[in-house]
Design a protein around this ligand. Structure first.
Ligand code: CP
Ligand code: NVA
Length: 309
């Protein structure tokens, strides 16, 4: 069976733990090495990853490219608009054709249904590089960052502040699989998907929606936020106004645990979802978090190829 990485819930907690352990080991083994040098075992030598972008990207594009280089493989990077996909070739036919050329496909798309369709017709692994519904690779990096800071994930408390979006959906899934609490501070009208919430609750998740921002952040080990306006959304004044009470400020961080870590997937909008004093302050782990996209995704790739777990 082909191993796709579409959502954390499909992979499951055991596979996630195996990937995170592998990422820690691989990262430690190449400490201080030149970034372009391959890992000693070059486990993906001879393999090629095709990447399709329907939306902008800096971190996902570069981290997957460097991940494949460090694993000994190569990449082909395509913007959907310059592919036949951009002028009407179906997702299914694109999946069938790419499966004849490359060993895995990563896609960033505006519609989660497209990645499901891609996986249905591909005979090689398909990896979710962000959809409107989820961003599982980002959360693998976030988990790695929290573990590196010496925090046990089970029983920890995460506070999400702001928009109930794709990144939050993957955090909710991760919490339900790895046993950490998620308190969501978001304004009415911008809640996460009830489908994602209900599926997590069925798995025994501790996930709550709290309208008061400081209450959501209370005693949190991790405080996390994201842009209020995701790619493809309108930059609406009324949304910004509704979000403002959920801005991550020093007061919010003071409500969290004293050693709380601040995370943000980036790109950030200083003065909107978070103020400079927090994102550029001592509790912020954003640069390690960004770097960890590389390390986490190497393990995601190895898992997809059946080389982990
Ligand atoms: N966090 C993240 O996915 O960044 P990019 O949009 O730059 O890939
Ligand atoms: N929620 C954001 C994440 C960007 C990495 C978006 O979808 O635009």
């Amino acid at each position: 069976m082909v191993r796709h990485f579409l959502d954390l819930a499909d992979a499951g907690g055991d596979a996630m733990a195996a990937m995170l352990n592998d990422a820690l080991d691989r990262k430690a083994a190449r400490k201080d090495w030149p970034k372009g040098r391959a890992d000693a075992d070059a486990p993906l030598a001879g393999r090629t990853l095709a990447m399709i972008f329907e939306k902008n990207s800096t971190r996902t594009r570069v981290s997957f490219d460097m991940a494949m280089r460090q694993l000994g493989g190569t990449t082909i990077v395509m913007d959907a608009g310059s592919m036949q996909l951009g002028r009407g070739e179906t997702v299914a036919d694109t999946a069938r054709v790419l499966s004849r050329f490359v060993d895995a496909i990563m896609i960033r798309t505006d519609d989660h249904a497209k990645i499901i369709e891609m996986a249905r017709h591909a005979t090689v692994p398909v990896i979710n590089g962000l959809t409107d519904r989820s961003h599982p690779c980002q959360i693998m990096a976030d988990l790695l960052t929290v573990i590196e800071r010496g925090k046990a994930l089970p029983g920890s408390r995460w506070a999400w502040l702001g928009d109930g979006n794709n990144v939050l959906h993957s955090i909710i899934e991760a919490g339900s699989l790895l046993g950490f609490e998620v308190a969501i501070g978001c304004p009415a009208g911008y809640d996460p998907s009830m489908e994602v919430m209900e599926a997590a609750l069925k798995r025994g998740a501790s996930v709550t929606i709290v309208r008061d921002a400081a209450h959501a952040a209370a005693d949190a080990d991790v405080v996390v936020t994201d842009t209020w306006i995701s790619m493809g959304q309108e930059h609406a004044e009324e949304k910004l106004a509704a979000m403002m009470p959920y801005q991550v400020t020093p007061e919010i961080m003071a409500a969290a645990a004293p050693d709380a870590t601040f995370l943000h997937c980036l790109p950030a909008h200083r003065g909107e979802e978070v103020v400079e004093a927090v994102i550029d302050g001592p509790q912020s782990a954003i640069w390690d978090e960004a770097e960890n996209r590389l390390h986490a995704q190497k393990s995601v790739l190895l898992w997809c190829f059946g080389l982990i777990g």
